[in-house]
Design a protein around this ligand. Structure first.
Ligand code: SAM
Length: 219
């Protein structure tokens, strides 16, 4: 099995992420201006694990190592659903997305968040944003849903500080639509192991079909 942990590893939410009750349900929430019509409670807003792989990783109790206030490089920001929550609890948050259309929305999200920096860049070409992103980021979050997800993570590993964390969501179907997801995950994890030490993996299927959450640190 490619699962190094079947059990939630206990509550380890970063400072700035809390569980709040919305409609009688305990949900993850962060403090910040609403972005995608999510329910709010005062200045807290729901972080919907069904719309966010990183949210699902936290909801499932994965030990992400996040404590709050870290410097983050986020690859595959799309229109900013997840990265808006990250910017709510993290420090400087660099958000890379190569599709111009979602970046327009992302820029709007960043207008309300002075620590969020949208970058219209290709995550396969880290040299194009290396001059903007500060060195030694604490956390590399990856949700690019493209073929070659392990290579993207490897190519961006140099941004991470020693003992930093890669928090990746691997989408099986982006690598191979027909293969058994478990086989795809084995291959991607094996490829990641050239650059990273894998700390934990967990299937995110409860929230995201055929996705694997990975926590790793650079070798
Ligand atoms: N992370 C987002 C969230 O949770 O709100 C959703 C991301 S969506 C699953 C994947 C995104 O990765 C798409 O917006 C796609 O355009 C972007 N993407 C794919 N390949 C990329 C690349 N090479 N460089 C930058 N962005 C890429």
């Amino acid at each position: 099995s490619d699962e190094t942990s079947d059990e939630p590893s206990g509550e380890s939410l970063p400072t700035g992420v809390e569980r709040h009750t919305f409609d009688d349900r305990e949900r993850l929430a962060t403090q910040g201006p609403p972005v995608y019509g999510e329910p709010t409670d005062g200045d807290w807003r729901v972080w919907d694990a069904g719309r966010s792989k990183l949210g699902a990783m936290l909801e499932l109790g994965m030990d992400t190592g996040l404590v709050g206030d870290e410097t983050v490089l986020y690859l595959g920001a799309a229109s900013g659903t997840t990265v808006s929550h990250v910017a709510d609890f993290a420090g400087p948050t660099y958000a890379v997305e190569f599709a111009p259309r979602p970046v327009r929305d992302l820029v709007g999200v960043a207008e309300d968040r002075e620590n969020l920096f949208p970058l219209l860049k290709d995550a396969r070409k880290p040299e194009t944003y290396a001059h903007v992103v500060e060195a030694d980021v604490d956390v590399l979050v990856q949700d690019v849903a493209t073929r070659g997800q392990a290579k993207v993570a490897a190519d961006n590993a140099a941004f991470l500080r020693e003992d930093g964390r890669l928090l990746a969501a691997i989408k099986a179907r982006s690598e191979d639509v027909t293969a058994d997801p478990a086989d795809v995950f084995d291959e991607v994890v094996a490829e990641l192991e050239a650059t990273y030490e894998i700390l934990e993996t967990q299937r995110l299927d409860r929230f995201h079909d055929d996705h694997l959450g990975v926590v790793a640190r650079p070798k």
